[in-house]
Design a protein around this ligand. Sequence first.
Ligand SMILES: Cc1cc2nc3c(=O)[nH]c(=O)nc-3n(C[C@H](O)[C@H](O)[C@H](O)COP(=O)(O)O)c2cc1C
Length: 160
Amino acid sequence: MKTLIMYYSKSGNTETVAKTLSNELSTDLIKIEDNKKRDGLFSMSRSVKDALREAKTKISPEKLDLDDYDLIYIGTPVWAGKPTPAIITAIDTYDFKGKNVILFATMKKSGDEKTIAKMKEKIQVQGAKVINSFAIKVPNQNGNGIKDYTIGIIKNLSLK
Ligand SMILES: Cc1cc2nc3c(=O)[nH]c(=O)nc-3n(C[C@H](O)[C@H](O)[C@H](O)COP(=O)(O)O)c2cc1C
């Protein structure tokens, strides 16, 4: 059984979780890039607006062959209580039919439940089965804090 960790990350928190999962569970790893400019003066409000509308965006890779994988983790930061546009687009674009999926999110404070619920709703429409999910609150942890927390989750949820 082959596993893939797929994630979007703007400032690195979700990336730390994804890389820790990939290292600990010996999986493949892919970062989804959002081709829309997300830096700069108005980027925060634009990103919030896009997330609230569940707007699609242009992502890289545009296409992704998931045939080799039975289990796929999908990770996103919480934006305005929603999944990011990059992950919304990935879920709608790639073929997840028949896959087992584990969803995860990182956030500062709240919105994780709504975010996971939205991802679950969308991925189930694609014919995938959500077998687990988790969220990591990152108020101001450094990379090591996030890593340790992720290792704790791997143990608690018996992901190995
Ligand atoms: C546009 C935007 C919207 C956000 N909205 C929320 C939110 O609704 N709730 C929350 O707890 N954190 C929110 N955050 C904080 C991020 O979810 C949090 O810092 C996350 O860990 C960032 O992940 P990343 O470093 O992988 O990009 C938001 C951040 C951004 C940039």
